[in-house]
Design a protein around this ligand. Structure first.
Ligand SMILES: [Zn+2]
Length: 271
């Protein structure tokens, strides 16, 4: 079964605000669709499960976003719900504990959107909660895509060295870094040997859309530690481009199966 380990499904109004932000600061999102159509699009393309990663851009909205994600996962069994929390917000530890003791499969943190470095102590409770429940932390902590639209120098609060400091404190936390660690793929790949619970996902990194991306051959070297994910529907290109790239690598069947879903199923507890 193919698992897309990285999709973003938001309430319509928030999704529209995100599309506007992307238009102003990043790229034109090609898929201007709601949850039901998004699920159908991936399902018809052969994706059996999709891991929904909500993220909050300010305090006080995590609970509502998490509730929304849980509701859509009950309407669409293809959706695997993850939760989010805004670092340091009031009740953060309770939000995490409730969610992870319950039906949520992992946590999403976005260092740029939340303006928090991976080694910021406000994230320690998140790393700890994920380790305690053995559920993954998907953390966008790479430096790219950097944008002034975040209102902070995101490159200064991101990067492999900062994640290394965090993982040195939390070596038992299952951590998934999107975009194959763009723009430091060699540094993140080397860290796979240092930290046995560290993984990378392919989101937007192997589509060949942006110049200078990581080498897709990384999948051949580390099929045990890389998950297929798309960032759907917030894409400027056809979502299946990366699926085509994975298949064109002609990996050994067992390796391809791990990348396209086996590892995600294991980490996110997908039956
Ligand atoms: Zn994403």
């Amino acid at each position: 079964m193919i698992v897309d380990a990285h999709v973003h499904l938001f309430p319509d109004r928030l999704a529209e605000a995100i599309r506007r932000w992307f238009s102003d600061h990043a790229w034109e999102i090609r898929y201007r669709i709601g949850v039901t159509e998004a699920v159908r699009t991936l399902r018809e393309g052969g994706v059996g499960r999709m891991v929904a990663l909500p993220y909050a851009h300010k305090p006080g909205m995590a609970r509502a976003l998490n509730d929304f994600t849980l509701v859509i996962s009950r309407e669409h069994p293809e959706i695997v719900p993850c939760c989010t929390v805004f670092p340091g917000e009031e009740g953060a530890e309770e939000i995490l504990e409730e969610a992870l003791a319950g039906p949520f499969a992992g946590v999403k943190i976005h260092s740029h959107v939340m303006r928090v470095a991976p080694d910021d102590e406000r994230l320690d409770p998140v790393f700890r909660a994920c380790a305690r429940h053995q559920k993954p932390l998907v953390i966008h902590c790479g430096r790219e895509p950097a944008s002034e639209g975040y209102g902070i120098d995101v490159r200064a609060i991101s990067g492999a060295a900062r994640l290394r400091r965090a993982l040195a404190r939390h070596p038992d936390t299952i951590c998934i870094v999107p975009h194959l660690g763009w723009d430091e793929p060699a540094e993140f790949e080397a860290m796979l040997d240092e930290f046995e619970h560290l993984y990378l996902d392919t989101t937007m990194a192997i589509a060949g859309w942006f110049p200078g991306g990581p080498d897709p051959e990384m999948l051949r070297r580390r099929p045990d530690r890389i998950l297929y994910g798309t960032d759907f529907p917030n894409l400027p290109y056809e979502w299946s481009r990366e699926l085509d790239v994975v298949r064109a690598l002609r990996l050994p069947a067992s390796d391809e199966a791990r990348v396209l879903g086996g590892t995600a199923a294991r980490l996110f507890g997908i039956a």
